[in-house]
Write a protein that binds this ligand. Structure first.
Ligand code: ATP
Length: 534
């Protein structure tokens, strides 16, 4: 249920993307993926063995960027809020945790196999694919009319009156409704019936020879060494949140926090996704940054709104343009949820969930209280009452944040004043993997090299600095642009005479001559994460 209700919501207000944009965006996506590999941000896991599907490793630049994103999140949650504390719970938890949370019984996706190709699919995604095709027909019709009527074209009117558009819109709405009902009722029979009725074929083989649809639990399981059978069955956590819920009383008592207060955590989560696509968007092993905010029952609407606002601000402060972010409220709520909304990001493959904000009521704490038999409550010293607090949660995938950041930052542009093109990663300097590169103009000139190495060493105490003398200065600049280094410092013959250097800004390409002793202060000021909070 948890999984199904949420997945449905993703679909209900699908974006009408202009068809002619689709190809460009596909190319854009391919470029981001290729860039990540070429420059050491992300590699396929176990690549020498042809890779492991939907599992990825972060390379030298990737780990720095990911750590910086995590740091930005951690600071904004834990460091900047007196009433939010952090924890780091273990990945393995008592198996009853997952019974209480509902994951054992309901963390499912509907699965269907094609008998001829032996390929496995998510039944709901096959139907969504069919709906995408209907939507594409509508868009094609609109694009054609827009071309025909030029400036006089009124899209809203056309949608309301064109018979073909109306028929397809009706078909789309009816399919969406039927899918929603089948998913909510866990009606596997109707999902299969829809696939057959709509004539949906296996995207791989074109065959329409399908098995029955059945529920597939997304949790990975393993076995404790010293206990045989079901008793020793452990799960790799599918979300980090439960580690926070079961530690609620420990944390509250040891930190003497009063409501409202939050517990934040960054950690790995695992989901055996049936179809894992779109690079690091949907992985089987990924990282989450979650914060559970415990509040007095009755104040949930107010806190839900506050956290919505704060989280959107966190994204825009990093420089993600407002038009690439949007809200998507869930219409069909998971059984525990009182209200839920997603922050969607305009990835190269369209608007998709980046972060979820959920008003969870007292569902999780009450469930753990019931199954553990232990009291998990808060004593309110003002009202002299004991109660189970309510929760507003913010939950963001670190890897999705990484993908959003990379795809937003990667730009191909003409170098001003030249015919050359450059790939530049216009990351906010505060999260750039390398803050400053020190480049000697001549690598065979011992005086220049010694000075550059000394500066590199000095700067390394303050921030991540690279030394590079492996190519011409033009090539070195291009490489630093491609990994998003905001500042490059070149050391030349004059530097040996007057201790001045040239500092180059990645985005404006402005080069300035400054005393060597000022480099640290200049760069430090520009890359300070504090700027993101002001
Ligand atoms: P989706 O519908 O896309 O599967 P979800 O609604 O199941 O996502 P949540 O359970 O709300 O996701 O998890 C919180 C966040 O964790 C998501 O907003 C997303 O950023 C991230 N996340 C979830 N599943 C994955 C995955 N398989 N790979 C990478 N990140 C994920």
């Amino acid at each position: 249920m948890i999984q199904q209700a949420k997945r449905l919501n993703k679909r209900s207000d699908s974006t009408t993307q202009q068809l002619n944009n689709t190809m460009n965006r596909q190319d854009e996506f391919k470029k981001v993926v290729a860039h990540c590999k070429e420059y050491g941000f992300i590699y396929q896991s176990s690549e020498v063995y042809d890779g492991l599907s939907a599992v990825y490793d972060y390379g030298p630049y990737g780990v720095e960027l990911k750590n910086n994103l995590k740091q930005y999140w951690w600071k904004s949650m834990v460091q900047m809020n007196d009433n939010i504390v952090g924890i780091d719970a273990a990945i393995f938890m008592h198996p009853k945790v997952w019974k209480a949370s509902g994951h054992v019984d309901a963390f499912n996706d509907p699965l269907i196999d094609n008998k001829d190709s032996n390929k496995r699919y998510r039944a709901d995604q096959l139907i969504e694919g069919y709906m995408d095709k209907i939507e594409a027909k509508i868009n094609k019709e609109i694009a054609k009319a827009a071309k025909r009527f030029g400036d006089a074209f009124d899209e809203a009117e056309f949608r309301k009156t064109n018979p073909r558009v109306l028929a397809n819109a009706e078909k789309h709405a009816a399919t969406a409704k039927r899918l929603a009902t089948a998913m909510t009722n866990e009606d596997m029979g109707d999902l299969k019936a829809m696939i057959e009725e709509y004539g949906i074929a296996c995207p791989d083989s074109g065959s329409k020879n399908w098995t029955e649809a059945r529920q597939f639990n997304l949790m990975f399981s393993t076995q404790l060494g010293n206990i045989a059978g079901e008793e020793g069955k452990l799960y790799l956590r599918p979300e980090t949140a439960q580690g926070i819920f079961v530690n609620f009383s420990n944390v509250q008592k040891t930190t003497r926090q009063k409501l409202p207060f939050g517990i934040a955590q960054i950690g790995k989560a695992f989901r055996n996704e049936i179809v894992a696509r779109q690079f690091i968007f949907r992985m089987r092993e990924f990282e989450q940054m979650e914060m559970q905010f415990f509040i007095k029952p009755g104040t949930q609407d107010e806190w839900f709104e506050k956290w919505k606002e704060k989280r959107m601000q966190w994204h825009t402060s990093l420089g993600h343009p407002a038009e690439k972010l949007r809200w998507h409220d869930h219409d069909n709520l998971a059984h525990y949820a009182k209200a839920a909304t997603d922050i969607e990001f305009d990835f190269p493959f369209g608007f998709k969930e980046l972060e979820g904000i959920h008003s969870r009521g007292d569902f999780d704490l009450s469930q753990h209280q019931e199954l553990s038999g232990r009291k998990i409550q808060y004593f309110d010293s003002e009202t002299k009452e004991n109660y189970v607090p309510y929760v507003v949660e913010t939950s963001i995938g670190c890897d999705r944040m990484f993908l959003a950041t990379m795809s937003n930052a990667l730009v191909e542009e003409q170098v001003p004043g030249s015919d050359n093109m450059r790939d530049v990663l216009k990351l906010n300097p505060a999260i750039a993997p390398v803050k400053c590169a020190v480049l000697p103009l001549k690598k065979n000139e011992p005086g220049i090299v010694a000075l550059a190495k000394k500066l590199h060493k000095d700067l390394s105490f303050s921030f991540n600095t690279h030394y590079d003398d492996t190519g011409s200065i033009g090539k070195l600049y291009r490489r630093q642009d491609a990994v998003g280094t905001p500042f490059c410092v070149t050391i030349d013959f004059d530097s040996m005479e007057d201790q001045t250097v040239t500092i180059r800004d990645r985005d404006s390409l402005v080069q300035e001559r400054v005393p060597m002793e000022r480099v640290e202060e200049i760069v430090k000021e520009k890359v300070d994460m504090r700027k993101l909070f002001s």
